[in-house]
Every structure is written in structure tokens, then in C-alpha cells.
Design a protein around this ligand. Structure first.
Ligand SMILES: Nc1ncnc2c1ncn2[C@@H]1O[C@H](COP(=O)(O)OP(=O)(O)O)[C@@H](O)[C@H]1O
Ligand SMILES: [Mg+2]
Length: 1002
């Protein structure tokens, strides 16, 4: 029997014994806390000593611990029971605190929370949570010093927030939104990044008829995330926002009584951390928000397909993990795949929810099977993954996830089928749905042929005709162009014939329906019959029907619109109006509108305004119609417009507009690469060369190193490049090589560029080559040469005019010179004296210049160096630098740099005392994942100390034990970037308050 001692840690530490409250003095309080954080487990005497005397200032001997233990024992138990001390037991190699169930408030809190999560009755669950929360009297371990207590307090705080989220969610399910709207604002203000709390508040405000407040609350959260972390809200908040905007009935409050009954009838949730026990549309997820984009939601209703979906659901329920939807272009494969994915993601079917959601990977714009895996990585928000290790890196990321991937338009990339099969084989919870005209033919694949929409049977009555999927689709689309479109009694049969002539192929139906503006059903049928009677006999029937319909649709355009349609075939991805105007001239809008009206071009409204695109069958048709001369002209105009875009972006990468430009160029990347290809094919070295030069910084920061290198190499082989261009192609190629870790090769290429720059008097290029060869010297350990070249680069850059790369290079040159001086100081060679001090001046100057320009890249390079210089004597200052650099890297999506900063943070943290080793190990795993992802070190000019990192690693492994260490690494490996950033910067165990939001000065 243990005696009735109560210990309360959820606030200042308190002890209550049978004899009443037992106040404890400083050291005894710390000792009790040191035992309580591991209550029920043996804590080694050495560990206790460390926890008691963290600064090592006092004698930390086990004998001292023992005398403290003796004193504490007598306070907890007035008399030693005959069977020995019961509460504070001696167990080799230390001591153990044993309390009765419920006697330690932190344990009781956790127990009640688990209990609540297991319940199906929300009212009972809410009572448990209320009891759990009522145990709190203030911050946990409030009056106990020491990092161990702070780490535990941080964990408890996290659980308290989870409890608050659960409470809010249960309240919402119980119809108590007004209470939530009153209680939550204070909490959300204190925890602004907590998406679950914010989502609950948004919903509560909405239900309390405060819609404007709800939107404001969402918007505030979105802005905070964007400003502080450079990320978008997670899927939960975004979905809520969408529902909010359309005032979706799903948001409405449940009637109190039915809510309880409904929830009680639901099966118990086996996955309390992901399943929402109350069916709240906020769909609580304790998993961190992810960068994964939401599935696109088609603007029209899905017609027919009930049988297809039923079969597909059955296949997935039975364990199929690779399903290919095949069928002719336009038959509705993509649409069906999206419908399936959305249903599985939303968990419309209880058995089959994908906790990590569904992701669409559009593949139409790729032309190399090797790019499939990188495209998957990008769609997952993993960032740039390239090279031979790419598949493994993506597999490692996918391994823990319960995710559905939709690979759309696979037919031209069948060589990548093995990669897909391998991902499915190695990732146990991954399900892949592919759309393709042809099956992949790999093991485990299940093919589902997508047939056209159901047609009305011959001789069907009007009602039956009108309710068939094909006719409904036709009439729906007709109503889009002619509001109020209705069929006369005698027209019903005519439309049935139209649909039958078009074989029920949805895309063909859409094109035909767009014509009802001028053609009545009868005319339409007559013309279609004629158009469809021709057509290529060598094609399978449906494809012939589809092509004939496209031809017909095209034939009805006027000549200028036809020309535009053909020329749009040179676009690879989607485009914006300004880009199209740059290609086609300012008069293009009415023509574009005509194509949109005829359903040949689609519009979507996104971040940078309207984006236009064509469905794959339509785009291919446009290409088929394009004559050779016309194609060459269209490609030249397309390339010229994209060159202008890329060159405008180039200036933006070097200043505060970075983030926006990087995103825009990422969206236009497929077309930019197409422009490089086309210019190369046309022998237009000037355009191709200027394009790769304008893109190198984008490739560098977003880790498209292999793609960039391929493009540079292709251009570099072109004969007759003008000198000014040739030298820049080499500069860009050198940068790709350097980033990929081929420093010697980079130095050769940069040196070649240097000779050409000297010969042609190109000072801007010369400054770049001096800087480039400077950092290669640094990377190979020749500090003296590096200092010399980088100083030269500084001088050259400073002399360049304002509109050039000079100011940017000058800032970077200062930082690099500082790095070289630091290396020189370490070597102790000639000129080493005072190098450290001079280095620091250069860092500060570079930092100030970079900040003034809002250039995050140079800013974080400076911060990395400064953190290293400060780490030995001012750890908190170094940590602040690292935090800022981490946020900046995340803002521009530079994963390589992020990994360096995380490593540095781990080294710094592990050198301190027992500071939440678990978090550090998680960060270590995340750093590794980021590096695997890019597949290259990129920042070869950082002076990293691998021995220190190794030491930090083993220290953490030692502190945590092999098992926990491995688990933490794995957890870090799977963590999405923004969660990593949050943990690194705001997580428990940080030395300093979070850095001010890392936005550049305006
Ligand atoms: N079941 C359906 N209900 C409504 N519209 C559909 C349906 N199936 C296809 N569509 C529409 O038809 C067009 C072609 O479909 P899509 O899925 O792109 O074909 P595919 O991928 O086979 O080429 C799209 O505009 C799509 O929205
Ligand atoms: Mg498709």
C-alpha cells in the first residue's frame, strides 16, 4: 500500500500529505519535481544530480542526492512503514516516486484526456475535459527552475492546448457555439499559430451569426502565418474558409439533441488523434498543417459515375493500392479520379479515410519519365527532389503517410511505371490512382476502364432521356451559355441523338453544348452528323469521335480565333493574360474569350489572377493543327515573352520581392523550360542563353539543380553564342555544378568564364567569376586564395552601376570575404592575425546591405556565419540568428539552406544542458530529410564542422537511448516543413524568445 500523498505540478509545486499541506524549500522542491517528471519510473541518482545542479556549479555527487532524498522522504511520509519507504522508493541505480492513481495531477490530467478521446458521447467527453482542465492552476512547474522542468512544462502546455481544442470541438458539437465564441478569443490571442483553436473560433463566430468576425479571424490567422512563417494556412482552416465563403450548410450548428444522439450512434473512433469524434467540419487534426495543396474542386456537378465510384471504392476497400483509370481523351478520367480522391479524403465512407489527405500530381507538362518522381515530391510540398536518390527520398517521406496520390496523365511517361510500383511497394499506406490512356502494366495494378457517360436507351421516353447522364451533362452546359435553356417536347429526342452521335464522351458533349448559343438542337445534329461522318478511319472509334468533334468545334471559329487556338498549342502549362498578351499582342483578349466560350480554353482564378489552360486532348489537337512555320513563329514569340518574364523575375530574386517572384516562376516553370528547348532547337542561342542566366538563381533557391544543369549544358553546346551570353551561360552552369557539390568542375567552368570576361571587358561577369572562384577556393580549403579573390570580387562589384548585379554581389561578397577570413584565422596562416575581427565587420556590413535590399538569401548566409562566430560565447544570440535564418529559408522554400541551419541549431542546443533532447533529435531528422530531398549540399561555402555535428548526434543518442533517438529522427524525417520551422523556432527548449517576424524592411 502506498500512503495518500498528493503532488500537484500543474501550477506551482504543491504537496499534500495525510498531515496536510507540506511546503517544501528550494532544493527539495526541485528534487521532487525531478522525480515527478518521471513518476513511477526509476530515476538514476546521477540524473537527479544533473537535474538538481544543472549548471554544475555545486558538488553533484550521489551522496548529496541521497541526503536530500532522506529529507524529502520524511516530508512525504511521516513515518517509515515496516516494509520500507513507500512513496520515495530506493531502486538501483536511483530512486522512484510512487503515487496512487490520481495523486499526481499531471497524470490525472492525461488520464482524463485519454478517457475523453475514447468516448462516443460528446457530453460525457466534455465533462472529462472540463475536469482535466480544472486541474490547472498556472503554468506547470511554475516555481521549479531547471531545463528538465521547463521541457516537461512545455510538453504539458502542448497537451493543455490539445485539451482546449478538444473542449472547443465538443462544445461546437453540443451546439454551444456562443460559449466558445466568448471563451476562445483570449486563448487564440495567446496562441495565434494554433490552427485548431483558430478553426474552432472561426466556426463558433460563424454559427453565432458573426460572419464578418469569423472571416476577420481567419484572415488574421492567414496573415500571421504568412508574415511570420511564410506559409499558407493548413488544409483544415482553408477548407473551413471555403465553406464559410459559400455559407455551406455543412457549417450549420447541429441541433443540440441530435448532435448528441448522432455522435453516440457513431462507432468509437479508433484513431482519436485524427478522427473527429463529433463530426465537426473543422475536422480536428493534431498533425501539423502541411504545405500540400488542396485538391482542385471542379466548378460543375459530377454526373453519372455512381457505378464507377462504387466499384472503385470496393477495389480500394479490398486493398487495391494501384488503380489505373484508362480510356480515351475527354472521357472523364481526371474528373472521376478527382471525385474518388475527394470522397476518400473527406472520409465519406467511414472505413476508408485518408488521414493525410489526397494530392493531385498533374503530369501532362512533363516530357521525361525521370521527372515523375520529382513532380510527386513537389506536389507533396517536399520541395525539390532530384537525382538518383530521389525515389528513396520520396518513399521515405511517404512511408508513414496515409495518403492518396492521383497521378494525372501518365500515358506519355510509361517508363516511370516502375517508380510508381516501387513507391506503392515500399509505402504501406500509400494508394495511387493513375489516369492514363494506357495501363502501366506493373504488378499489383488494377485497371478500371472509364466508359463514356450513359446514353438514353433507344426508344426511351422523355423522362428517361432527360435523366440520363449524357443528356444531363449536355443540358447543364447548354444552360451555362443560354440561361433558361429548355428543350421543347420534340427536341428531347434530337438531343438524345446528339449525345449518341457524340458517344456520350463528356468533352465532346461540352464542346457541342457550347454551340447552342447560335445553333438549335436540330441544326446542331445536322452539322454534327456531317462532321462526324468524316474523320480518320485509322483511329479507334471514340478517339475518332473526339477528334472529329474538336475539328468541328474548331471549324466553327473565325479565322483569328482559329489562329490563336493553334498557337496556344505551344504552351506547356497554364498561363496568365499578361503573359499571353506579351506573346500575342494586346488585342488577344476577345479571341481568348471566344475560346473560353467554346469550352476550348478553361479559366481558373488563383493567387495571381486568372490562369488559363487547355485540357490535354484539346491541347494535343491544337498542336496537331499547327503548321511548321507557324509553330516556329509561335514558339519564338512564346520564348521571347517568357524571356521578358524571366528577366523581370531575375531582378526580383535579389530583393524583397523574392518570395512572390519565386512562386510565379515556379508556376511558369514548365513553359520557361519549353522556351529554352524551343530556342535551342531553333538555334537561337541569345534567347536560350539569356533564359538560363535569368533562371539560375531560381533553380538554386528552389533546388532545381539537375533541371537547371541540363538546360545550361544544352545551351552551352550551341554554336555562335554571343560572348556576353556565353560567359553568362558558363556562370549559370558553374552555379549549378557548385550547388551539386562538384566544386572542381565549377571552378573550371568559372575560370573559363573569367578568361572570356577579361577578354571582352565584361566587368559584371568578371565580378561574378571572381566571387565564384573565390567560393570554390574556400570550399577546397584554400583560405588565402579565397580571401584574395573575394576581395577582388568586392572591389569589382562595388564599381558596378546601380542597375547591375553589383549591389547584390557586394552584399554577398562582404559575407563571403568574412567567411574566408574566418577560415584564414582558423588556419593560423599568413595574415591570420585579427582575421576574426575583420570577418565580423564584413558579416555585419553584408547583413546590413542585404537587409536593406530585403534579400533573404544573402541575409541568411550572413546569419549563418554570424551564428557560428557567436556560438562559443553567446549561445542565445547565435540561436536568434539561426531562428531568423530558418524562417527566411522557409519563406523562399530553400530546403538545402534549411538543413544547414537545423544542423547548426542542433549543435548549439546539444552543447547546452539537457535541453529537450527529443526536440533536437526531431530537428536532426528533419535536417536530414531536407538534405535528402535536395540531394545536394548546395551551400558548399559554409564552414561547417561535421565533427561537432557528429558529437551532438551521439550526445543526443546517449541521452535519449537508441530507441527514442531513432523514433525522434523518424518523426523529424516525416514532419512537413512548416511544422519543422515552428518546432525549431517556437518549440519548447529554445533559449530565446522567438525572433521578430523575419520580414524585410520595406
Ligand atoms: N461525370 C462527369 N460529370 C460532369 N462533367 C464531367 C464528367 N466527366 C467528365 N466531365 C467533364 O468533361 C471534360 C473532360 O473530362 P476529363 O476528366 O478531363 O477527361 P479525361 O481526363 O479523360 O481526358 C471535363 O471538362 C470534365 O469536367
Ligand atoms: Mg485528363
Amino acid at each position: 500500500m502506498t500512503s495518500a500523498v498528493g503532488v500537484r505540478v500543474l501550477g506551482p509545486l504543491e504537496v499534500v500529505t495525510t498531515a496536510g499541506p507540506a511546503p517544501l524549500g528550494g532544493s527539495l522542491r526541485t528534487l521532487l519535481a525531478a522525480l515527478a517528471v518521471d513518476a513511477g519510473r526509476v530515476v538514476a541518482a546521477d540524473t537527479l544530480a544533473e537535474r538538481l545542479w544543472e549548471d554544475g556549479g555545486l558538488d553533484a555527487g550521489a551522496s548529496t542526492v541521497h541526503s536530500y532524498v532522506s529529507r524529502l522522504r520524511r516530508r512525504l511520509e511521516p513515518q517509515r512503514p515496516p516494509s520500507g519507504w513507500q512513496v520515495l522508493q530506493t531502486r538501483a541505480p536511483g530512486y522512484r516516486l510512487v503515487l496512487e492513481e490520481g495523486a499526481l495531477d499531471a497524470e490525472e490530467f492525461r488520464r482524463l484526456l485519454t478517457l475523453a478521446r475514447g468516448r462516443t458521447d460528446p457530453a460525457a467527453a466534455r465533462d472529462d475535459v472540463a475536469r482535466a482542465l480544472s486541474l490547472w492552476r498556472g503554468p506547470a512547474y511554475a516555481d521549479v527552475p531547471g531545463d528538465f522542468a521547463r521541457a516537461e512544462a512545455a510538453r504539458l502546455h502542448e497537451q493543455r492546448l490539445e485539451a482546449e481544442e478538444l473542449a472547443a470541438e465538443l462544445d461546437l458539437a453540443l451546439g454551444r457555439h456562443r460559449q466558445v465564441a466568448g471563451r476562445l478569443p483570449a486563448l487564440v490571442a495567446a496562441e495565434p499559430f494554433r490552427e485548431g483553436l483558430r478553426a474552432a473560433l472561426v466556426l463558433a463566430l460563424y454559427r453565432a451569426d458573426r460572419q464578418a468576425d469569423a472571416l476577420r479571424c481567419y484572415e488574421e490567422g492567414r496573415r500571421l502565418l504568412a508574415d511570420a512563417l511564410g506559409v499558407d494556412p493548413g488544409p483544415q482552416l482553408r477548407r473551413l474558409h471555403e465553406l464559410l465563403l459559400r455559407q455551406d450548410p455543412e457549417l450549420d450548428a447541429p441541433a443540440p439533441a441530435t448532435a448528441v444522439a448522432g455522435a453516440a450512434a457513431a462507432p468509437p473512433s479508433t484513431e482519436p488523434s485524427t478522427g473527429s469524434p463529433t463530426g465537426s467540419p473543422t475536422g480536428r487534426s493534431t498533425a501539423p498543417a502541411s504545405r500540400r495543396p488542396a485538391l482542385p474542386t471542379p466548378p460543375t456537378a459530377l454526373l453519372g459515375r455512381t457505378d464507377d465510384l462504387a466499384r472503385l471504392h470496393r477495389l480500394l476497400d479490398d486493398g487495391a493500392r494501384l488503380v489505373t483509370l484508362t480510356g480515351t481523351g475527354g472521357v472523364g478520367k481526371t474528373r472521376l479520379a478527382l471525385a474518388l480522391a475527394a470522397a476518400r479524403e473527406a472520409g465519406d465512407r467511414a472505413a476508408a479515410r485518408f488521414a493525410d489527405g489526397a494530392v493531385l500530381v498533374p503530369l501532362a507538362t512533363l516530357d521525361d519519365a525521370a521527372d515523375v518522381v520529382p513532380a510527386v515530391a513537389r506536389a507533396l510540398g517536399v520541395g525539390a527532389v532530384e537525382g538518383p536518390g530521389a525515389r528513396d527520398a520520396v518513399a521515405a517521406h511517404l512511408h508513414p503517410l496515409h495518403l492518396l496520390l492521383v497521378l494525372d496523365n501518365f500515358e506519355h511517361l510509361l517508363d516511370a511505371a516502375v517508380d510508381v510500383a516501387e513507391l506503392v511497394r515500399t509505402c504501406p499506406h500509400l494508394v495511387v490512382v493513375v489516369t492514363s490512356r494506357a495501363p502501366l502494366r506493373v504488378a499489383g495494378e488494377v485497371e478500371h476502364r472509364v466508359e463514356p457517360l450513359a446514353l438514353p436507351p433507344a426508344g426511351a421516353g422523355a423522362d428517361e432521356v432527360l435523366s440520363s447522364a449524357a443528356v444531363t451533362l449536355f443540358c447543364d452546359r447548354a444552360r451555362d451559355v443560354v440561361p433558361g435553356f429548355r428543350l421543347g417536347e420534340d427536341e428531347v429526342r434530337v438531343v438524345a441523338d446528339v449525345c449518341t452521335a457524340l458517344a456520350g464522351i463528356p468533352l465532346a458533349l461540352e464542346l457541342a453544348a457550347a454551340r447552342v448559343r447560335v445553333l438549335g438542337p436540330r441544326d446542331l445534329l445536322a452539322r454534327l452528323d456531317e462532321a462526324l461522318s468524316g474523320g480518320r478511319r485509322d483511329l479507334p472509334e471514340r478517339q475518332r469521335t473526339m477528334q472529329a468533334t474538336l475539328d468541328w468545334s474548331y471549324g466553327l471559329l473565325d479565322a483569328p480565333a482559329r489562329g490563336l487556338f493553334r498557337r496556344l498549342g505551344v504552351f506547356s502549362g497554364s498561363w496568365t493574360l499578361p503573359v499571353l498578351e506579351a506573346v500575342e499582342g494586346p488585342a488577344v483578349l476577345p479571341l481568348l474569350e471566344a475560346l473560353v466560350e467554346q469550352s476550348l480554353v478553361r479559366v481558373e482564378h488563383g493567387e495571381d489572377g486568372a490562369r488559363f489552360s487547355m485540357l490535354e486532348p484539346t491541347r494535343q489537337h491544337a498542336q496537331r493543327l499547327l503548321g511548321d512555320t507557324e509553330r516556329a513563329q509561335a514558339q519564338a514569340a512564346h520564348a521571347a515573352a517568357h524571356l521578358a518574364l524571366a528577366e523581370e523575375a531575375y531582378g526580383g530574386y535579389q530583393r524583397d520581392a523574392q518570395v512572390g517572384w519565386l512562386r510565379r516562376i515556379e508556376r511558369a516553370h514548365a513553359d520557361l523550360l519549353a522556351a529554352v528547348d524551343a530556342a535551342c532547337a531553333a538555334g537561337d542561342g541569345e534567347t536560350a542563353g539569356r533564359l538560363v542566366w535569368a533562371m539560375w538563381l531560381f533553380w538554386w533557391m528552389h533546388g532545381h539543380l539537375a533541371v537547371g544543369r541540363r538546360a545550361c549544358a544544352a545551351v552551352q553546346r550551341l554554336p555562335g553564342l554571343p560572348d556576353r551570353v556565353r560567359v553568362r551561360v558558363d556562370l549559370a552552369l558553374g552555379a549549378m555544378l557548385f550547388a551539386q557539390g562538384e566544386h572542381e568542375h565549377a571552378e573550371e567552368v568559372w575560370d573559363r568564364a573569367r578568361r572570356l570576361a577579361v577578354a571582352t571587358g565584361d566587368d559584371e561577369a568578371l565580378a561574378h567569376t571572381a566571387a565564384g572562384t573565390g567560393i570554390t577556393a574556400l570550399a577546397r580549403g584554400d583560405a588565402a586564395t579565397a580571401v584574395e579573390r573575394l576581395r577582388a570580387a568586392l572591389g569589382l562589384a562595388a564599381a558596378l552601376p546601380a542597375g547591375s548585379d553589383g549591389p547584390w554581389l557586394e552584399a554577398l561578397g562582404h559575407v563571403w570575404t568574412g567567411t574566408a577570413l574566418t577560415a584564414l584565422g582558423r588556419d593560423g596562416g599568413e595574415g591570420a592575425a585579427g582575421a576574426g575581427g575583420r570577418a565580423r565587420e564584413h558579416f555585419e556590413t553584408g547583413l546590413a546591405l542585404a537587409r536593406r535590399r530585403g534579400d533573404r538569401l544573402t541575409t541568411f548566409v550572413a546569419l549563418y556565419n554570424l551564428a557560428q562566430a557567436e556560438a562559443p560565447h553567446d549561445a542565445p544570440a547565435a540561436e536568434r540568428r539561426l531562428h531568423e535564418g530558418i524562417e527566411l529559408s522557409a519563406q523562399i522554400g530553400d530546403l538545402a539552406n534549411l538543413s544547414h541551419f537545423l544542423d547548426a541549431l542542433v549543435v548549439l542546443g546539444a552543447a547546452g544542458v539537457d535541453r529537450d533532447p527529443e526536440r533536437l533529435a526531431v530537428l536532426l531528422g528533419a535536417a536530414r530529410a531536407a538534405r535528402d530531398t535536395v540531394g545536394a549540399d548546395v551551400y558548399g561555402f559554409y564552414l561547417r564542422d561535421d565533427a561537432q555535428l557528429e558529437a551532438a548526434r551521439s550526445r543526443l543518442r546517449h541521452r535519449l537511448g537508441g530507441q527514442r533517438f531513432a523514433e525522434a529522427l523518424a518523426a523529424g524525417h516525416a514532419l512537413p516543413v512548416e511544422a519543422v520551422v515552428r518546432l525549431a523556432v517556437h518549440g519548447p527548449g529554445t533559449l530565446t524568445a522567438p525572433a521578430a517576424p523575419a520580414t524585410p524592411p520595406s
